[in-house]
Design a protein. Structure first.
Length: 97
């Protein structure tokens, strides 16, 4: 016997799952976000090991050869360059190598 879940219960099940994507998929998400001018939520490490959260930032430019991504804060136009390898979460998706 199978039980049917209501829509609300299905949403809860999906929210509980941890979404994981590969590093190459993350690069693809960044390229699409840059092209469509979409906001991204990124968690990345600093070289000191601290965690930095970029919530609601725009992808300004993606240097795929050099391994850096430039993010722009839409509120004050501040630009930050972060190494792609330091990103461990994007849009609530954990990134693995």
């Amino acid at each position: 016997m199978t039980t049917r879940l209501t829509r609300r219960e299905m949403v809860r099940v999906v929210e509980k799952k941890q979404h994981v994507i590969h590093f190459n998929e993350m690069l693809h998400v960044l390229a699409i976000a840059e092209e469509r001018r979409q906001l991204v939520n990124i968690k990345a490490w600093k070289s000191t090991g601290e965690i930095v959260v970029y919530k609601g930032w725009l992808v300004h430019h993606d240097y795929w050869k050099k391994g850096f991504v430039r993010l722009r804060n839409p509120l004050n136009n501040e630009i930050r360059a972060i190494p792609e390898i330091y990103i461990f979460e994007i849009n609530n998706h954990q990134v693995y190598l």
